[in-house]
Design a binder for this molecule. Structure first.
Ligand code: SF4
Length: 224
């Protein structure tokens, strides 16, 4: 269809919403959307008493940036951050539904506990939850601690063949004496899982805590 020469150059409010919700994020990602014009057009749409904070999507490890609008401590909406280097305002279907998960009446806001043998969950305080987790970690760690392990280290010994190693890749030879007992200091009974919402600084501390506890299985939610 031929475009009328009188067609408006700037998007109307209705067109703006169409652009935003009907595929604007994909256009922005492809560099087809005029982001400065979009930003200028939305200036007047800002709600009063609303603060905006940048955050990141917590669904996967892409790290898409989001802007959260908050009033009186309540989260009003979340949208893609046009200034974010990863997504340039775009969000996938999971990221777009972020606010819905926050506002869902089914969302749990308190820790819950189901006692052994019980058929129901009960709300408990954060203090009680943390104490229970700490006790479980201590008990499981003590009961499953592996201090040493017998390993076949024969493959780890480099052949001390002198000059021959300079002319060919190092060879590995069998070590006399069979299995050797080496310290490993770990438990295989506890895993630690981080998430996409964790910052680098948090992840650094998580890794330290997990390794200090002797955990070998440290994972990320997005890899499941
Ligand atoms: S779930 Fe979607 S919006 Fe969220 S970080 Fe991953 S790709 Fe980005």
């Amino acid at each position: 269809m031929k475009e009328s020469p009188d067609a408006p150059q700037n998007p109307s409010r209705r067109e703006l919403f169409k652009l935003t919700f009907g595929g604007g994020s994909g256009l922005a990602l492809g560099g087809l959307l005029n982001v400065p014009a979009m930003r200028a057009a939305t200036q007047d749409l800002k709600l009063s008493q609303v603060s905006e904070f940048t955050t990141s999507c917590n669904f996967c490890s892409c790290g898409c940036g989001m802007v959260a609008a908050v009033r009186d401590g309540k989260l009003l909406k979340m949208e893609g951050d046009y200034d974010h280097i990863v997504n340039r305002g775009a969000l996938c279907v999971k990221g777009i539904s972020m606010h819905a998960t926050h506002a869902s009446p089914q969302r749990l806001t308190k820790p819950r506990y189901r006692a052994p043998g019980s058929d129901r969950w009960e709300d408990i305080s954060w203090e009680d939850a943390i104490a229970k987790v700490a006790q479980k970690i201590r008990k499981t760690r003590d009961e499953t601690w592996i201090a040493t392990e017998k390993v076949d280290v024969s493959d780890l010994v480099v052949d001390p063949a002198g000059d021959a190693r300079m002319q060919s890749p190092p060879k590995f030879v069998r070590q006399e004496g069979g299995l050797s007992e080496v310290p490993v200091n770990r438990t295989d009974a506890i895993g630690f899982m981080g998430g996409a919402q964790n910052t680098n600084e948090e992840c650094y501390l998580f890794q330290k805590a997990a390794r200090l506890l002797g955990l070998a299985y440290v994972e990320h939610q997005a890899r499941l």
